[in-house]
Structures are given as structure tokens and as C-alpha cells.
Design a protein around this ligand. Structure first.
Ligand SMILES: [Zn+2]
Length: 56
């Protein structure tokens, strides 16, 4: 039986099993991932700025 990777509850639908998350957990996971990617861009921009300024 497949379980949700986020909350560990059993997955009922083939779609949930396919993605590995329940419907609501998939949504939260996607939101977190989007937030994470946004932060990554910010970090790269920060590094680029530091390089430009020439100090750590
Ligand atoms: Zn879940």
C-alpha cells in the first residue's frame, strides 16, 4: 500500500499514488517547492551582488 510522502497516510487514488502525495499534500508540497525555488533565486542574486561589490 502506497503512503503519502508528506503525512504518511495511505493513498487511495491512482493519481495520488502516481505523484506520491495526497491531493492536499501535493498542493502544499508544490507551494513549498515554489517558495524554495524563489529563495534560491534570491540567494543567487545575493551572491551576484556580493561579487559585484567585491566583499563577502
Ligand atoms: Zn499527505
Amino acid at each position: 500500500m502506497e503512503a503519502c510522502k508528506r503525512c504518511g497516510r495511505k493513498l487511495k487514488t491512482p493519481k495520488s499514488i502516481e505523484v506520491g502525495y495526497g491531493a492536499s499534500c501535493k498542493q502544499k508540497h508544490d507551494e513549498e517547492e515554489a517558495e524554495f525555488l524563489k529563495r534560491q533565486i534570491t540567494i543567487y542574486e545575493e551572491l551576484a551582488f556580493q561579487e559585484m561589490v567585491g566583499q563577502c
